[in-house]
Each structure stands twice: as C-alpha cells, then as structure tokens.
Write a protein that binds this ligand. Sequence first.
Ligand code: ADP
Ligand code: MG
Length: 703
Amino acid sequence: MDFRNAILSNPIEYLKGVGPARGELLRKEAAIHTFRDLLYYYPFRYVDRTKVEKVISLHMQMDYVQIRGKITRMEVIGDKRAKRLVATLRDETGEISLVWFQGWQWVEKSLQTNVLYLVFGKVTVFNGYLQMSHPEMDLVTEETATGKQHLEPVYYTTEKLKARGLTAKAIGKLTKALLEQMSPGEIPENIPVSILQQYRLMDRAKAHFKIHLPANEEDANMARRRLKFEELFIAQIRICRLKIKRQLASHGFVFNSVGDAFTTFYNEHLPFSLTGAQKRVLKEIRQDTTTGRQMNRLIQGDVGSGKTMVALLTMLLAVDNSFQACLMAPTEILSQQHYKSIAGLLEHMPVKVALLTGNVKGKARKQILKETEEGTIQILIGTHALLENQVIFKNLGMAIVDEQHRFGVAQRARLWQKNTIPPHILVMTATPIPRTLAMTVYGDLDVSVIDELPPGRKPITTVHRTEFQRPQVMDFIKDEIRKGRQAYIVYPLIEDSETLDYENLMKGYEEVKAFFPEPQYYISMVHGRQPVDMKETNMQRFVNGDTQIMVATTVIEVGVNVPNASVMVIESTERFGLSQLHQLRGRVGRGAEQSFCILMTGNKVSADSKERIQVMVQTNDGFVISEKDMELRGPGDIEGTRQSGLIDLKLADIVEDRPILEAARASAEKILGEDPDLSMPENQSLQQFLAAQQGKSQWSKIS
Ligand code: ADP
Ligand code: MG
C-alpha cells in the first residue's frame, strides 16, 4: 500500500490533453497542480443529460437547462472594448440567443451552423429576452443522443479556463481519462474496516470513481457521503492526536499553592461573590495548573458573564507561585479598560500591574520593559504589543488572551515562546462558538463554559424600529437620559477606510446633535479614524458620565464596560452579522437597570434581514445566536474561523453535515482511545495515510 502514489503525484501537465499552457492555467485558476488534485476536484453538481427542454418552454426561473437545436446565425457585435459573439439557436419550437463575452474568438471558430448541438447553460434575461451566456456546446453524437450516462458531473470552471477550452465538460473528460488509467489499488483505503462497516461507507477507491462518474443518484450520494466522512474523520483524528500529544508531552509549570495574593484578594477585596459558573471554571484552571502539563484552555462565556474576574484570579494564582502573568486584549481601549479595572481591584494589594500598548512610548516604555524583564511587574496587561520581541519576561507562567477571535492563530502561538517552557495559555472568547465549530476549530483545546450571568441582571429588551419611527426612538432616548442613563448609537463602519460609511457616520452625528443640543446634552463620538488619544478622551468622557450619548462605530464592540448605559441603538442593522449584533447589544444590560436594544433599519427590510432581526428580538442567548448565525451565513463567515486555517473542507459542511461530523468525531475518539499511536494492524493504513500527508497542511501548534 502506498499513499505516496507516484502516478497521483505527477504534475498535471503530464496528463494527456493538458500540456504546459493548460497546466499553467489549471494551477493558477483551479489550484490543480497534480493528478491527485484533479482527482480531488469534485463536481459540485450533476445534470440529468436525458432531459432536454424545448426552447418555447424556457423561462427565467429555470436555472440550468439543456436544449437541442441548430445554430442558424452567428454575429460579433458591440464596440472594440465590449465585443461579444451572439449565436442564434433554433429548435422546432423557437429561437434563443447564445452569448459569449470572453474567449468568443475561439468559440466562433469552433462552432458550426446547421448541425445539431446539445446546449447546456443557465437561462437569463437580457433586454426582456431569454438568453444563455457561455453555455456548453456539444455536438449531438450517438453517445449524447442516447444519453448513455444519465448523470453528468458539473465542475467549477472559470472564464479563463473556458477560454482555453477547459469547460466544465472538458474538465470532466480529463478526470475520466485519469480514472481510466488508475486501478482501484492505487487509491488505498484509509479508514479502518470496523468504521466502514459501522457506518456503511463505500470504500475509498470506489467513492473516488463514483463521485466523478456515478451511474445514478444513489451512487453519487453514497460516494459523497463516504468522502465527507473521510474529510471529517481525518481532521478529527488529527485534532484528537494533537490534543493527546500535547497532554502527554508538553511540560507545564506547576502552580503548587494557592497563596497570599489569591486568598487575600478573594477574602477581602472581591466586590461580589462569584457565580457558580465562575467558580467551576476556576476550579478547572486550578486543576490544569497542578498536573505538570501545559494548560491550553478556552473559556467561552457570553458577554457580561464575568470573564475578567476569572482572568484576574487566575493571574493571582500565577503570582502566588512566583510567576508573572499577562493579559492580552485586541484593542487599545479594551486593554486600557482591563488595566484600569484590574489595577483598581488590586489597589490595596502588593501586586504590581502595568499596561503596555503601542501607545506607551519613550521612557515609560523602557521602564516597563525593564521591570518586566526583572520581574518586578507581576501582571502585564496590553495589546499585541506584548508579543513583540523586546518584551522579555523574567518568568511568564500564565498568558491570557481576551476576545480571542480577534487574534490570529500565529499571533497566539507566539505566546508559547515567551518562556523556556511555554506558559499556561487561557483563551477567553465572548463569541460563543457553535459546538460543531468548536469541535473542528478548537478541537484540541480544553473548553470551559461560563453559562451563567451574575445575579440581578434583567434581560435586555430588544426591538426593531424603522426610519418612520426615528422621532419616537429619539424621544425614548431622551426619557432614559432624563432618568440618568446613557445611550450608545452605533453605525456600521466595518473598514475604517470606507468613505461612504464614514460620511454616514458624520451625517448621523449631525442628526443626533440636532435632536440632542448642547448644553442640555453632550455627545461623545468615537471611530477608527481618530487619533488614539482623542478616541480615548471621548471614550473616557462617556465612561465618566460627562456625555450622555456615545455615537460610535464598532470600535466599541468588544469589552467596553459602562454599566450606566441602558440604550443601544444600532443603525443599519442589516449590515451587521448576528454575532456582531449580539456583541454590541452586550454593551448594555451591565447594570441593575432594565436595558434596551433598538435595531434600526430602513422602512423596507429584506426577508433575510427580517429573519436575523427576529432572532435578535427573540433571544438573548449567545449560543442560540451563534448556532443561528452559522446556519444563516455558513461557518466560513463566522469571525475567526477563516484565519484559523483549520477548516479546509472540500465537500463537508459542518452545519449541514453535522450528523456526519458527530459520527466522525466519535469514531476518531474510539480509534485513538483503543490505539493512541495507531500501531495496531487494523489502523496501519490510517497511520500510513497520515504519515504521507505530513507537512502538506499547517497543523502546527495551535493555542
Ligand atoms: P465579560 O465576560 O463580558 O468580559 P466582564 O468581566 O466585563 O464580562 O463582567 C461584566 C460585569 O459583571 C462587570 O461589571 C463585572 O464587574 C460584573 N461581574 C462579574 N462577575 C460578577 C459576579 N459574580 N457578580 C456580580 N457582578 C459580576
Ligand atoms: Mg470582557
């Protein structure tokens, strides 16, 4: 058995019918470098080639269809820059235009008039007429006429590929040619037999043949199911092995004692009693840090669940054991806020805390770097400035990352190098991650959940309001301000460089000012284009209560804590993702008062936006929202999953294929539970497959 199959590793241009030019194009346009890549270039759908529509029966809701007819006319129209080829196809019921905008020179040369073509394409409307652009053209031969192969695979292709004759159809031909020169033995099985049997999975070689060349729908489905399972199973095996390896091999500092710092703080300075969930998570961390292995733990806790206090107590634990600790936050504002609240809480404690961000410069910076290296600073809080090489710790024992979805994996991995033995790592996220995603992206981490909010919180009331109701919304804010509360008004400004968004924000600010004139009202405005100190001043005025309204962009999304704020108005709600809305909403409801979240939209709202707004109105539960978010947008769009680089699935979809994922996870755990190093004979093929794959993907240390 050989997974480093020589044939499959051949460069793609060696395949008959490819050659250097097409090979280059396949590499660039479709990432097909080798025979193997082509084998894994699965069709995304199949068409039933036995079905042929009449031209007269075509309509624009039809999507892809097949028609049969003769070309009666061909002409090139349009001016120099926008030339196109228009061919008229006629069958016994009528005529339709076929249009090519690109590569038409080649098409014009190859098409013939007055012979029968089988035409496959998407029906669209142009100037009120139906047409097909860039359809696939096949001369009607005996094979196509009798429809020997019922299901024809359809492959993704691009205009550039098509211009070189590499249509979906042509790619299918290449794949078929490749499969014909391979024997099943060249695609050896990699899933242990017991699992194949348990889940009734098609064997590997057959699945590769059948996904490209299915005899019928059943075949295609079985092949897809098998290959999806394989993708997920191999990923889960890797993740679980990583976890086992880490647990066995990575030494960690032992925090023997709960000492003075922790105990004194806990007994004398803790401003409230911990929730049950906070206590449980602390216990889990305490356990991790006594084992002698490095902790690598993710805390998921909804906004406002009190993660900061858990972080602080964890850092005190490190301090008690003569280690330093650091807390890294994704933004300047957030790290300042952490610093202030933690320094405040530790005011009467002999623990030295410092703040290091990109904004701390000159002498102050030198001093902090010096004291960090000497070990006088026991807790260092900051932005990613903490990762810089000049930041040298005397003895870093605990690194905490807040709001981790803002940091890339590589950045986090750099924390590992801040001591001779990597420090314990605690990652805290307020974006609850759906279980399936957690299994895939964070599968090698231990996960704690803070699933309880501090007592006395009133659930936030969320409503949807449209432009018509703006005056009432403004009046409502006035009422709240009269009661002594504060309000946020948030505008979408996803990228700070988007000029249009910026103008909208400014317009909105002027509007708000008109409703809330000085000196009765004062407004803070915060956005990403401001200099940092201006941002900070404006923010601080709101925190102090000098301003009643904060007009802002999503810079306030994470972490900002102003318990007196009771209203969150979100403008152009349609533009935000669900998880983001939930984060923003989490800025209110932090005090004892009833809080409100008002989702503003235009008067007309799309069905899709309506659905998302309904989710927000109906639930305050971050986990429910994240599941829904993933369902509506797909996992690729959930913040943080893309940069994680771990989701590299061709066929499987962790939302749709959740049952397969669960089965794959269970199977991986079972196999590794019985045979952690995969040395048993029945796991040999799996072991060899993994070995052959080594180095092909970026499965490195993930914290
Ligand atoms: P998040 O998990 O979103 O980071 P924070 O740590 O900012 O939440 O906590 C939100 C608020 O709840 C803070 O004002 C904090 O002081 C308060 N808090 C945290 N834990 C408790 C608790 N056990 N009892 C009461 N209030 C708490
Ligand atoms: Mg927080």
